[in-house]
Design a protein around this ligand. Structure first.
Ligand code: HEM
Length: 455
C-alpha cells in the first residue's frame, strides 16, 4: 500500500505546537481529533506525535504490534519511571514478558475470595466512620479506601496482626501508614512532573515534599520488604505471592520494592476514580440507583457480601462497565514506535510518540449510540456488539493489559455493596462535579450527603 504522512491537526502554534490546546481543553481536543481521521499528527513543542483514533488500530498496536512495532514510552512516560523504577508497568517489552509471568500468580483468581474479605473490612471501616447528614467528598473517601485495601492486601492481613511477632506487626503498621500518608503526595507531584517537563529540577515546595515522601516510603516499605524476604511464613497476602516463602527468592529487594510501589501507583487513583465516578453517576440517575439497591437486597438480604455473590450482581457489573466507559480513569496512554511502521496507510517513523485515549474511543458515536448517555443496559449480553467490546479499553489490551483488572473490579463491587447497603447517598445541592485530568481522570467536587438506610 502507498503510505503518506498522517494529516496534521490544525491550530498548531509556532513554538508550542498543540501543547496549549492540550493543556486547556484536553478532552475536547482529543474528541475533535477523532473527527479528523484514524491517525492524526499533532505537535507537542516541536516534536510530532501521532494520535490514533480507531479501535482496530489501537488493538493492533497493543496486541500484535506490542514489542514488535510499538513499546511503552512516548510523551509523559519517562517521569513515571523515576518513581516506579523497573516495575511491571514501565518495563520495556523484552524484560516485561518474564516479569509478567513471575507476577501473574500475585493476582491469581484463586486468591480473590480471601482478598474479598479484606475489601469488605476496609469498606466497613471507611463507611463506619461516616455519620448521618455528613457531606463527603467522594474522591477523598474512595482514595482512602483504595489505599487501605492495597496496604492490607499487600502486607497486613488482619488475622495476622495478632499472630505475628510484635516487631513485625509494628513494621507492617508503619509501612501501611507511610504508604497511606505519602502515596497521594507522590502521585500529585508525579502528575505535575509529567505535565511540566523539567519541573522536577526546580526547588519548589512540592518537590521538597516529594523528596521527603519518597524517602519515608522507601524506609518503611523497604523494611517490610526486607523482613518478608527473610520470612518463611505464608501470610496469604500479596507479599507472600510476590516473595513465595516455599521457594528461593526470585526477585531482588529492589525489584520487590519497585513492584510494591507500582501496585500502589496502579491501584489507588484508578480505583478511587472508578468508585467516585460511579457514585456520581448513580446519584444523577435515580432509576439505575434503585435497580442496583433492589439487586443488592435480593442477593444479599441482611448478610455480608462474599466472593460468591459477585457473580450474582450482574446489574452492578453493567453499572461499573458503563462508568468505566464514560469516565475511564486511565484516559490517555502513550507508546513509542520501535521501527518505521505504517498505520492505516500513514507512515510513522521509528522513535515516534503515539497517543491514544480510552476516553475518546469510548465516546465515539460511530461505535456507541448516544455516547454521552449513562445506559448500563447497553452491556446486556443480548445488546452488546463485538466492536463495542473491542473499543472498550478501560484496562488496556494485549500483553500490557492491567494485571489488577479482576482484583479492581471485585474491589469495586464489594465496596459498593458494603457502602450502598448502609448508606443512601445523594448529591449535595449546588455541587458541580468536573473532571480533573492528571495521571488519571478523577471527579472533582462530587459532594455527597449521607442518609442512613433502614437495612
Ligand atoms: C479501575 C481500576 C483500574 C484501571 C482503570 C486500570 C487501568 C489500567 C490500564 C489502562 C493499564 C494499561 C496501561 C498501558 O497499556 O499502558 C493498566 C496496567 C497496570 N495496572 Fe491497572 N487499572 C486499575 C486497577 C489496578 C489495580 C487494582 C492494580 C494493582 C493492585 C493495577 C496494577 C496495574 C499494573 C501493575 C499495570 C501494568 C501491567 C503491565 O504492564 O503488564 N491496576 N491498568
Amino acid at each position: 500500500m502507498k503510505t503518506g504522512t498522517a494529516p496534521a491537526a490544525p491550530g498548531a502554534l509556532p513554538l508550542i505546537g498543540h501543547a496549549g490546546r492540550l493543556a486547556r481543553d484536553r478532552l475536547g481536543f482529543l474528541e475533535d481529533l477523532r473527527a479528523l481521521g484514524p491517525v492524526v499528527r499533532i505537535r507537542l513543542g516541536r516534536t510530532p506525535v501521532y494520535v490514533v483514533n480507531s479501535p482496530d488500530l489501537v488493538q493492533r498496536m497493543l496486541v500484535a504490534g506490542n514489542g514488535v512495532e510499538f513499546d511503552k514510552g512516548g510523551p509523559f512516560f519517562d517521569q513515571a519511571t523515576q518513581l516506579v523504577g523497573n516495575g511491571l508497568s514501565t518495563a520495556p517489552a523484552g524484560p516485561h514478558r518474564p516479569m509478567r509471568a513471575l507476577l501473574r500468580p500475585v493476582f491469581a483468581r484463586h486468591r480473590l475470595p480471601r482478598h474479598t474479605e479484606r475489601f469488605r473490612d476496609c469498606a466497613l471501616e471507611v463507611s463506619s466512620a461516616w455519620v448521618p447528614g455528613q457531606v463527603i467528598d467522594a474522591y477523598t473517601e474512595m482514595k482512602r479506601l483504595a489505599v487501605a485495601v492495597l496496604a492490607r492486601t499487600l502486607f497486613l492481613a488482619p488475622e495476622d496482626r495478632q499472630a505475628v511477632e510484635a516487631v513485625e506487626a509494628v513494621e507492617a503498621v508503619e509501612a501501611v501508614e507511610a504508604v497511606q500518608r505519602n502515596v497521594p503526595l507522590l502521585l500529585s507531584a508525579l502528575a505535575t512532573r509529567m505535565m511540566v517537563p523539567g519541573s522536577n529540577r526546580l526547588p519548589t515546595l512540592e518537590n521538597l515534599r516529594y523528596a521527603r515522601a519518597a524517602r519515608e516510603t522507601r524506609q518503611a516499605v523497604g523494611a517490610m520488604v526486607r523482613r518478608r524476604m527473610s520470612d518463611r511464613t505464608d501470610h496469604g497476602d500479596l507479599m507472600s505471592a510476590l516473595v513465595p516463602p516455599d521457594r528461593p527468592a526470585i526477585h531482588t529487594e529492589q525489584e520487590v520494592y519497585d513492584q510494591v510501589i507500582t501496585f500502589f501507583i496502579g491501584g489507588t487513583e484508578t480505583m478511587a476514580g472508578l468508585l467516585s465516578w460511579t457514585l456520581h453517576l448513580l446519584t444523577g440517575h435515580p432509576r439505575e440507583y434503585e435497580r442496583l439497591e433492589a439487586e443488592l437486597s435480593a442477593v444479599l438480604g441482611d448478610r455480608p457480601v462474599t466472593h460468591q455473590d459477585l457473580q450474582r450482581l450482574p446489574h452492578m457489573r453493567r453499572v461499573l462497565n458503563e462508568s468505566l466507559r464514560l469516565h475511564p480513569p486511565v484516559w490517555l496512554l502513550s507508546r513509542v514506535t520501535l521501527v518505521d511502521t505504517e498505520l492505516a496507510g500513514h507512515r510513522l517513523p521509528a522513535g515516534a510518540g503515539v497517543l491514544f485515549s480510552p476516553y475518546s474511543l469510548h465516546r465515539d458515536p460511530a461505535v456507541f449510540a448516544g455516547p454521552e448517555r449513562f445506559d448500563p443496559d447497553r452491556w446486556l449480553d443480548a445488546r452488546v456488539e463485538r466492536r463495542q467490546r473491542e473499543a472498550f479499553m478501560p484496562f488496556g489490551a494485549g500483553a500490557r493489559r492491567c494485571i489488577g483488572d479482576a482484583f479492581g473490579l471485585a474491589e469495586a463491587q464489594v465496596a459498593l455493596a458494603v457502602m450502598l447497603r448502609r448508606w443512601r447517598v445523594r448529591a449535595q445541592p449546588g455541587s458541580r462535579p468536573e473532571p480533573l485530568l492528571r495521571m488519571t481522570m478523577r471527579p472533582q467536587g462530587v459532594r455527597l450527603v449521607l442518609d442512613r438506610r433502614a437495612h
